[in-house]
Design a protein around this ligand. Structure first.
Ligand SMILES: C[S@@+](CC[C@H](N)C(=O)[O-])C[C@H]1O[C@@H](n2cnc3c(N)ncnc32)[C@H](O)[C@@H]1O
Length: 294
């Protein structure tokens, strides 16, 4: 007898009516078969039109959506009114649902038999802790699928008119986290980051912007290197500050708006002057949202 492991059916040689026959039977569903997968879905940086077709379909079919604070209002508006929304982001000033609690929430919701979408800003697997959530689901025997999203590096830089690579300006790009969960600056390999041929995209870098700039210059990156801070990228209130590494910290610290902020450092930033195409329809039409260093 040979069971076809991993399939919904299994076959074996059996005797029927005194003759040897191949018998095919449906196997009993495993617990995992009975459950809908949990979908770890990337919501992109904000513009709802940057959602993938798959993300949009899954949102429309969801019973429950567990979402982060970085998911834009416009994307949240696409959740059907009948679906339950659970906010797993900031629950009070500077307090967040701990990751372990989110993991258990996902496991519990999946076991309740509902179709769960875990909606995360950008891409779930880029500084999104999607890997930890997927690992916990796997450990619990719960099926899951990952739907990649437009990460803010590509979304925000595209909307700011900054190609991350460009012939003659940058032949590589690095995504860097400028902040740790505990609020300590990450012990980065400054010497390897201070490469004029590489574009640095720094997520969560606003708090440590001064130290980031100082360290890069101390390790040999020119103080004249073009640098940008993109706030609320791809959203109607996107704002881009274009400057140089010398002035980046001053310019960012002078901004008195709380907003998700992406830092881009490298020669490619100079292209924004010509390529910045996105003019958000903001209230102030005199300010296209791009300011340059004097
Ligand atoms: C915890 S990380 C999440 C990254 C996300 N998974 C992604 O792929 O974009 C949060 C950081 O992403 C960046 N970010 C996300 N959305 C952004 C946006 N719309 N504009 C600017 N930066 C953004 C900021 O640096 C923010 O501090």
């Amino acid at each position: 007898m040979e069971a076809l492991a991993g399939h919904r059916f299994f076959a074996y040689e059996g005797r029927i009516g005194g003759k040897t026959r191949i018998v095919v039977k449906k196997r009993k569903p495993l617990v995992a078969d009975a459950l809908s997968p949990v979908y770890l879905v990337g919501a992109g940086p904000g513009d709802p039109e940057l959602l993938t077709v798959k993300a949009l379909r899954l949102l429309g079919e969801a019973d429950v959506v567990v979402y982060d604070r970085l998911v834009s209002e416009e994307v949240l508006a696409l959740i059907p009114s009948g679906a339950t929304r659970i906010f797993a982001g900031k629950v009070a000033r500077h307090h967040y649902m701990p990751q372990a609690e989110i993991n258990e929430l996902l496991v519990g919701l999946a076991r309740s038999g509902r179709k769960v979408v875990r909606l995360k800003g950008g891409d779930p697997f880029v500084f999104g802790r999607g890997g930890e959530e997927a690992a916990r689901l796997a450990e619990s025997g719960i099926p899951f699928e990952v739907v990649p999203g437009v990460t803010s590096a590509s979304g925000c830089s595209a909307y700011a008119g900054i190609p991350l690579t460009h012939r003659g300006l940058a032949h590589s790009v690095r995504y860097v986290a400028g902040y740790t969960q505990e609020g300590e600056i990450i012990d980065l390999n400054w010497a390897s980051l201070a490469d004029p041929d590489t574009t640095l995209v720094i997520y969560m870098g606003r708090t440590n912007v001064r130290r980031l700039g100082e360290q890069l210059i101390a390790h040999g990156l020119s103080a004249e290197t073009p640098a940008a801070a993109i706030l609320n990228g791809t959203r109607p209130d996107q704002r881009t500050v274009v400057t140089t590494l010398t002035f980046l910290a001053d310019r960012v610290e002078a901004l008195n708006v709380a907003a998700p902020t992406l830092l881009v450092i490298g020669r490619v930033v100079s292209l924004a002057e010509v390529l910045a195409w996105y003019a958000p329809d903001s209230a102030d039409h005199d300010d296209p949202g791009t300011s340059k260093v004097p």
